[in-house]
Design a protein around this ligand. Sequence first.
Ligand code: PGA
Length: 249
Amino acid sequence: MRKSIIAGNWKMNKNIEEAMLFANEIKDSSFSKEVEVVICAPFMALYPLQSVFKDTTVKLGAQNMHYKDNGAYTGEISASMLKDAGITYVILGHSERRQYFGETDEIVNEKVKKALEKELIPILCVGETLEEREASKEKEVIAQQVQKALVGISEEDMKKVVIAYEPVWAIGTGKTATSEQANEIIAFIRMQVKELFGEVSQDISILYGGSVKPENIFDIMAQSDIDGALVGGAALKPESFVKLVNYKE
Ligand code: PGA
């Protein structure tokens, strides 16, 4: 069974006090039981958030991590440190990491492998830029990103991987891919996973991300291959986040 996941990606927003205000406002909300609720917060806020959510069904995610276990990597955070803080998920290969911090497919692959080894669930992000889409290269680009990020992963581990399709041109721009466009690419990603790992592809959750908001989530979630959403801007306000999770009501 594919899990429905609604994950908020706060990016570099909210200090500890703001994060705690958000958490206290939503922690007693009645969330749809069919949806796994995830909040990917900045590192500083993760540990205090864990204390608020520990007796709830809300799971926490980080937005990045390093692929080494420990050592002289100034400024980095390891998978074990996240695990130790009670974190369940980690976003890897977000387009902002690729664009501003030079993350390559090879680095993303190392991170995915380390996250799995340490029993964190990777949310692997892939997606094409506007130029790539205008040149009709989106499938080629995405197939490369998927294949390279998943090198050396076992079929057993693949079952735990979550993929997020986030077209770069739709992130934070207000331009959402149409539900059909998103579904087409997500079905294509599932096919790529099938070629690499076989039937496991039917069980993994693939999310859409890029200007998802309470007004469009229902249509997005109604698509056959889309299992959830990774949401930036619209996940920053408690009321909007609760609406996204309870999109069916
Ligand atoms: P957005 O961001 O919802 O603000 O477009 C999505 C993301 O980058 O994960």
